[in-house]
Design a protein around this ligand. Sequence first.
Ligand code: BF8
Ligand code: SF4
Length: 644
Amino acid sequence: MDPKERSTDKAAQEMIARMAKAGQENAWDRLAAQMPQCGFGKQGVCCRICAMGPCRITKKASLGVCGADVDTIVSRNFLRAIAAGVSAHSDHGRTVAEVFLATAKGEAGDYQIKDVTKLHKLAQEFGVKVDGRSPNEIAVDIGEIALAEFGKAEGTQLMARRAPEPRKAIWDKLGITPRAVDREVTESLHRSTMGVDQDYKNILLHASRVALADGWGGAMLATELQDVLFGTPYPGRGEVNMGVLQKDQVNIIVHGHEPILSEMIAAASQDKELLAEAKKVGAKGINVAGTCCTANELLMRHGIPIAGNFLNQELVVATGAIELMAVDVQCVMQGLTNVAKCYHTKLVTTADKAKIPGVEHVSMDERNALNTAKDLVKMAIDNFKNRGEVYIPKQKSAAVGGFSFESINYMLGGRYRASFRPLNDNIINGRIRGVVGIVGCTNPKIPQDLTHTTLTKELIKRDVLVLTTGCATIACGKQGLANPRDALDLAGPGLREVCEAVGIPPVLACGSCVDNTRLLVSCTELVREGGLGDDISELPVAGACLESVSEKAYAIGQYFVASGALVVFAKEIMPISGSQNVSDYLFGGIEKDLGGKWAVESDPVKAAELILAHIESKRDTLGINKEKERKLYDMADRRALSVE
Ligand code: BF8
Ligand code: SF4
């Protein structure tokens, strides 16, 4: 297959061609070998949760052996996928909470509480006393409360209190205010086992509840605690794509999700002794770059370069320039082992819960974190001499990352009064039509990055502010859309004017997949600031992921829907088409219950139309599309025009 049909990223195209020439396999080749994929699986109609099965629903056999109908089977599979996604984000959150607590207690000396302002804010939210106490004392209480959120016996998620009041009332009325993460995941598995919940709407109601335990629970805690521990991101420059690899330096790739590891490797790479060692082996320095979400975390906080997103992981190794790739959890392809074998690259697993046969394991213990990271850097340096042929594609793009909620708030409001007011005002006056989150993965079924970048361009052209996370951020970054200057040239006149006035780009890189919670917090702030309705469901906002891969993407989609937003996925990647009832409910009926809904559209241009129509209908309902009386300037105009 022509590499251009596999990826829209020029560096990836080069590497795909090189791998093909060398007879090396990657995800696209393995996908081809899987064709045709199982039609039952695609529709979500197969069930193998008990030993009377596996069953699959066909015209000939409309019920499983137990009598389960297609609605039960499809909704149960969907719930299980969401629960798995929730467990991934939230287990990440729990690890962060554990390291946070160990840090506060002085048991993880290499980490420290970096953002005391945010610590105090969390303390206020959690009812923790601040006066006369040191940051570590406060953090011990916060850490203990946070850790309990994952497994507490009673009560609901503390973070869910952040949601707008009408939203919380909807959740309460439906009985889906999320409880402890572990409880919601356990109940998901219980309800979806053989012979338990067999009412598809009831099953999908719990899908919302478990997803909310992630968005307004585990994942939100991951983001908040990481900010306190590693620093709340503020905008800074970085570079994205394989061209960030350095031919004359020791290259280390950190891959996975938890910054617990990558933060330490980044620190160890600056160690003077290790730098001297690198020089001794003939390298000019130590270059750390990231792939996948851990890359977003490092770009957000340190401007550390990003080598690529999910589908780039094998291609990066195939450059022959990587001395060591340290991986932790999630989205790490086992296929990496075969590619690494073709080169000198040392692949190292670091999380005890995620090992790979034949791959060296170095356990990352937070109590000895920096030393472990130094050992890894040393391994990389020692491996430099084993390099063979190296080919590094030239492509790289400048990018600005670091758009946390706090930094957006600060930039919009200015130094003296952080505020969303200018954004609300400009949505109300129509210069900005709405706000859309473009998130998630890259899937080999779709030319890499195509939909994220096309949708982003279509939306900013039509004056929609775009917030990105996960691999979609990296997709945009690679194609220059996270470069404010280039992106501004593609923005519609209204959006451009506002962006130039307040000094934000039209595409905001907001971080990793757990950082989708920054988008929930931002939506809540849009409501709180006033003028755009009382609930998230009234806002002219939407979310989209047309290249989803992971179960985590369903979890994210469902918590946005349950928070009141429209969420658009690609049709062929939404495994519910086997049930008309489930499809009708998720694409329509659920809106009456929760104010949000799913939609499917695989074509990014049509997806943009669909989203814009949704945004305009929300604007109509809000009454902000009505022609206003002509006037010279109002306050909003003046604010939008004032350049600091
Ligand atoms: O959590 S976007 S492919 S890397 S799942 Fe994975 Fe998808 Fe990338 Fe990050 Ni998110
Ligand atoms: Fe078949 Fe029912 Fe068992 Fe599923 S639970 S495998 S549908 S018998």
